[in-house]
Design a protein around this ligand. Sequence first.
Ligand code: NAI
Length: 332
Amino acid sequence: MAEPLRVVVTGAAGQIAYSLLYMVAKGDVFGPNQPLILHLLDIPPMMSVLEGVVMELADCALPLLHGVVPTDDPAVAFKDVAAAFLVGAMPRKQGMERKDLLSANVKIFKVQGEALDKYAKKDVKVLVVGNPANTNALVCSRYAPSIPKENFTAMTRLDQNRAQAQIAAKLGVPVRLVRNLIIWGNHSSTQFPDASHAVVDLNGKLTAVPEAVNDSTWLASQFVETVQKRGAAVINARKMSSAMSAAKAASDHMRDWFLGTQPGQFVSMGVLSDGSYGAPKDVVFSFPVTITGGKWEIVRELQVNDFARKMLDTTGKELEEERQEAISVIGA
Ligand code: NAI
């Protein structure tokens, strides 16, 4: 058996982590032959809750789980980790402006960036889930100069999975037959869920989704809005935010990053923008990517029509504003 891989999950006493830890520990992300040591970070008031999570992980009797390190100290949490799920964040409280939320989180992700820089493996792969995920990932990477910028990503996979599920339901086919949905931009309500390059396997024949759906009005309106507002719909129904599906998306994202995408398939990830597709540079922008050998690459030369252009510009502008707000908190 391979040497155990050290993996950190922050916000480990929270609700996403409660689903995510099980998925990771049973081998869904790093494969069925990769032993793991899980590092669990949360804040001091949550240590007793975290103790319960540690007990449950032990009680799962999982063969791949070689150790668990619960802690409230980033120096311990990030020591020698090869993968980091940054889930923990300050939640939005009543009366809090978006700006206040951003300011609180920028500070958390500065501390965690510094700790990654100091203690983690230099090739650590970092996935930021905690919101505002794209800008948190940007801040984190700025404070970890010894780790390549490509190693910091933000999660838009939940949005991609939601989009895929909406298309599958519309066509009445199993979700596994639909692929290459794209989420462009920010993980926020300005994101652009784009089905124009997606394909569906209909009786063994790959068909373009726009052709199969044959309803361009629905694709440009109801579909986009449903995906953009899905998080709010789940909160309305459950009185708590998406957790099981967020954990599954985090697993999907990290698994594809470590193990690669399938031939002919691309996935969406928030990555440091190089200005592709006219997106602003130096923000963490969600693009379609393919992954081989642990390295992602933006899919090139997809057609962007006028509608898509407008949507990409709107979400890009929001990310530039968030970056500006972050800079006003931490300095340039
Ligand atoms: P939760 O409130 O249940 O758990 C968050 C945990 O993070 C808490 O245990 C809290 O104590 C901990 N935490 C806070 N500050 C921390 C710090 N400095 N270090 C370590 N831990 C810290 O929240 P939940 O539902 O698990 O969501 C976590 C985050 O994920 C939220 O920011 C949420 O908005 C975001 N989210 C992102 C999604 C995405 O698609 N990118 C989807 C769903 C949620």
